[in-house]
Design a binder for this molecule. Structure first.
Ligand code: SF4
Length: 346
């Protein structure tokens, strides 16, 4: 049965919800994961070529006022003070970041920030203009449900390529438990608006949050309906020390890889990345095996100094006033090339 589903997915490109659920339920051994990963990698290579993309990250560009903070967030553990109004990046710092990204060979950047439910459109638009002023980069935006349809139209007019609406889970009870200050409906509405305005839709799902395999399947097939879906990121729960969920089980990278590989079978031509507790270059080979083709946080990032903890060995770190530029490309592009893939940087 497993082999039949994988063969059918590889050859005629179809996989039903029942088959996706079967894979999530039954892939429980290394051997079965290897079969699934082989099919996912083949579909990636056939659909997108043997090329891995690395994004740059610039942020936070907006504060987060979700109250209480999401339980898995560094704000909840008291370690992400850079999401306060005073600590968000200035326009000068965003311009500096854009120059550094361009010089490092980065082609696309995420402008990321927290959620302001009463809107952050103007701030985001200014940030996009700052990037455009100094570099020709593909820009995508991830600031939660803080953008109106008018903001989206303006961002599209400025050349932004993608906007993210990350649900993390499609299960309303799990969402309410883990993101009690946030709104699932607002995030679903934003996703619909991004899609209908013709921007690329990016989205995120977190494994280990409490969602079931049925929830993962429902979430994947909900996303599949959006014709402008361009990028899907699968993350894993990392219950931080000092947060309310300290002591809860961390997601198993095996499980995250399995969900990612099934996502590749369902979404096929879309960019698939991994994140959260998977943001570790040591796990990059597992992403590649699972059909991933893009990394958000393993390229280069600019943020408040010390906000992201210790850089990985092999990363280049430069300090500019109150911000830090961390270039992981020397380390991560080597890993990708050593696995036989090309790298999509300048
Ligand atoms: S919306 Fe994002 S930044 Fe804000 S609390 Fe939730 S996870 Fe943290």
């Amino acid at each position: 049965m497993l082999k039949d589903i994988l063969d059918k997915a590889a050859i005629d490109g179809s996989i039903s919800q029942e088959e996706a659920l079967f894979l999530l339920d039954k892939v429980q051994t290394i051997e079965a994961l290897m079969e699934l990963a082989k099919t996912a990698s083949r579909i990636r290579d056939d659909a997108l070529g043997n090329v891995f993309k690395f994004d740059g990250f610039i942020g936070p560009i907006t504060a987060c006022k979700i109250d209480p903070p999401c339980k898995y967030c560094g704000r909840s553990a008291g370690i992400r003070t850079d999401f306060s109004e005073e600590k968000t990046l200035t326009i000068d710092e965003i311009e500096l970041a854009s120059r550094l990204m361009k010089d490092a060979g980065i082609k696309r950047v995420e402008l990321g920030g927290g959620t302001l439910l009463d809107g952050s459109g103007q701030k985001v638009i200014e940030a996009v203009k700052a990037v455009n002023k100094v570099a020709s980069l593909n820009i995508w935006i991830n600031v939660g449900p803080s953008l109106s349809s008018d903001d989206l139209a303006q961002l599209k007019g400025l050349g932004a390529k993608e906007v993210c609406s990350s649900l993390e889970t499609i299960n309303p009870d799990v969402f309410a438990k883990m993101k009690p200050g946030d709104s699932l409906e607002a995030r679903m509405k934003l996703a619909r608006e991004i899609n209908s305005i013709g921007l690329g839709l990016a989205s995120v799902m977190m494994v280990g949050l409490g969602s079931s395999n049925e929830d993962y399947v429902k979430h994947l097939f909900w996303l599949k309906e959006f014709e402008n879906l361009s990028h899907f990121c699968i993350t894993g729960l990392n219950p931080l020390h000092g947060s309310q969920i300290q002591g809860q089980n961390m997601a198993n990278s095996f499980e995250v890889a399995k969900v990612g590989a099934v996502a590749r079978l369902v979404l096929r031509t879309k960019d698939i990345s991994f994140g959260g507790m998977m943001n570790d270059p040591r796990l990059l080979p597992l992403w590649i095996m699972a059909g991933g083709n893009r990394a958000i946080h393993l390229g280069a990032h600019l943020h408040r100094a010390k906000a992201w903890g210790q850089p990985h060995p092999g990363a280049l770190v430069e300090r500019f006033g109150e911000v830090e530029f961390v270039n992981m490309l020397p380390l991560t592009t080597r890993f990708v090339r050593e696995m036989g893939m090309e790298v999509d940087i300048i």
